[in-house]
Design a protein around this ligand. Structure first.
Ligand code: TRP
Length: 420
């Protein structure tokens, strides 16, 4: 009988591992923390500074599509900076070079394809030998580069002005809209609202202390965002440049600094490498959401699930890649209350903002009312017996979070550009 079972198992294995495959877990807690921080720390920490179930899958598909396009630009800029492409260029030329670069359909789609390919290659390895292994290699690498950049920036003459800009609160700027923008940024930056952290958390063992692990991820994300600010703003002020936001800051303003700075080619290449690393550890976590869904719900093999999720996101990213000047109507897709949105901007608004808020509201209601706050507190205490704030947590998840998110969504209905 035993032998027969064995033979049956071998047979099933040959036919495809799907029936005997077990859900993977992390090899170590550090693995989860680094992968979680790797997810959280991404383009959102720099590029996207402010100026569960099916929805998560849809949102993951939507976000990964345009995220990979922007991440592809960082790849292009690693090579451009390293090869000295910008040296000797005037600011207008650098700015023109960016516009030409993003409007070129071949490089935009090509780099998007390469970036998605790298992401899929890591995800094929699975939780331990893919996500965890690469997070353990890439995250320390990223931190090292960032520390070097911060030191370089802070030792430039006039760096103090940048520090003042970064840390002096401007209370006048604290408006309802800026608070909304900050909430949007916080959700995106912490990878919340589409199940990324739920999927990563599901690969933890029951014994894990969820509070400590989650605090580590959130703290690392915040510290790294602040360090990114310390790497950028002192240098910006030292060279007398205006602080701007978003893509313009990274791809237009910063190359000027690297042109002027001692060892600028080295630090510039390091900066874009850092950004590329931050982006890949984030993109793997976004594509893993639909992939995990296909594996769990449809019993697909990891290979098939990652292939479908990755290729689907690549395809959806093509119009985004063409919306920065390559194709006119994609570059001017819709106008919302006088603000023009290209395809990429619009996907960002729809999936990177609205979907995340709706998804978070859904998670809060499901967690607090349907699945039940009691069970969640049970999950927490299974790894953290002395946890005392169960009632506070229950109150927040059942009342405070849904009320706050509901209010926010209503506000957005009347102010659709509040995030932009
Ligand atoms: N947090 C990442 C960033 O800051 C992006 C990201 C990864 C994300 N996973 C997510 C955003 C899930 C929203 C939801 O770039």
């Amino acid at each position: 009988m035993k032998r027969m079972n064995q033979r049956l198992t071998t047979k099933l294995k040959k036919r495809g591992p799907k029936m005997v495959e077990q859900r993977e877990t992390w090899a170590s807690r550090m693995g989860f923390i680094l992968a979680g921080a790797g997810s959280a720390i991404g383009l959102g920490n720099i590029w996207r500074f402010p100026t569960v179930g099916m929805l998560g899958v849809l949102t993951g598909w939507g976000i990964s599509s345009f995220y990979s396009v922007v991440a592809g630009w960082t790849l292009g800029y690693i090579f451009r900076t390293a090869s000295g492409f910008f040296s000797g260029m005037k600011p207008e030329q650098i700015s023109g070079a960016f516009e030409t670069f993003v409007a070129n359909p071949t490089s935009a789609i090509g780099l998007h394809l390469i970036f998605m390919g790298i992401t899929m290659a890591i995800l094929f390895g699975g939780v331990k030998r893919g996500i965890e292994k690469w997070s353990k290699i890439l995250m320390p690498m990223m931190l090292t580069i960032l520390v070097l950049l911060v030191v370089r920036s802070l030792t430039l003459p006039g760096a103090g002005e940048g520090l003042a800009f970064l840390f002096q609160p401007d209370w006048g700027a604290l408006t309802g809209r800026s608070v909304i923008a900050a909430v949007g940024q916080a959700f995106f930056s912490l990878s919340l609202g589409m199940g990324t952290m739920i999927v990563y958390g599901s690969y933890l063992s029951k014994k894990e202390n969820l509070v400590t692990s989650a605090s580590w991820v959130a703290s690392l994300d915040t510290v790294i965002a602040m360090m990114a600010g310390l790497a950028i703003f002192p240098a910006l002020f030292s060279f007398g440049l205006e602080p701007t936001m978003g893509a313009g800051l990274i791809f237009v303003v910063l190359p000027n600094i690297f042109n002027e700075m001692f060892l600028g080619t080295l630090f510039g290449t390091g900066f874009f490498l850092l950004l590329g690393i931050a982006a890949v550890t984030s993109l793997i976590s976004i594509v893993e959401v639909p992939a995990a869904f296909f594996i769990d719900e449809f019993k697909w093999t990891r290979k098939k699930a990652v292939t479908v999720a990755g290729i689907g996101a690549f395809a959806a990213g093509i119009p985004a890649a063409l919306s920065l000047g390559a194709v006119d109507w994609l570059s001017n897709l819709v106008s919302i209350e006088g603000r023009n949105y290209g395809f990429l901007d619009f996907m960002n608004l729809l999936f990177g903002q609205y979907s995340l808020m709706i998804g978070s509201l859904g998670v809060a209601i499901f967690a607090g009312w349907k699945w039940g706050a009691k069970r969640i507190v049970g999950e927490i205490t299974s790894g953290f017996e002395s946890f005392k704030y169960g009632n506070v947590y229950a109150f927040f998840i059942r009342f405070v979070a849904p009320a706050a998110l509901g209010t926010l969504l209503v506000y957005l209905l009347f102010n659709p550009n509040a995030f932009a």
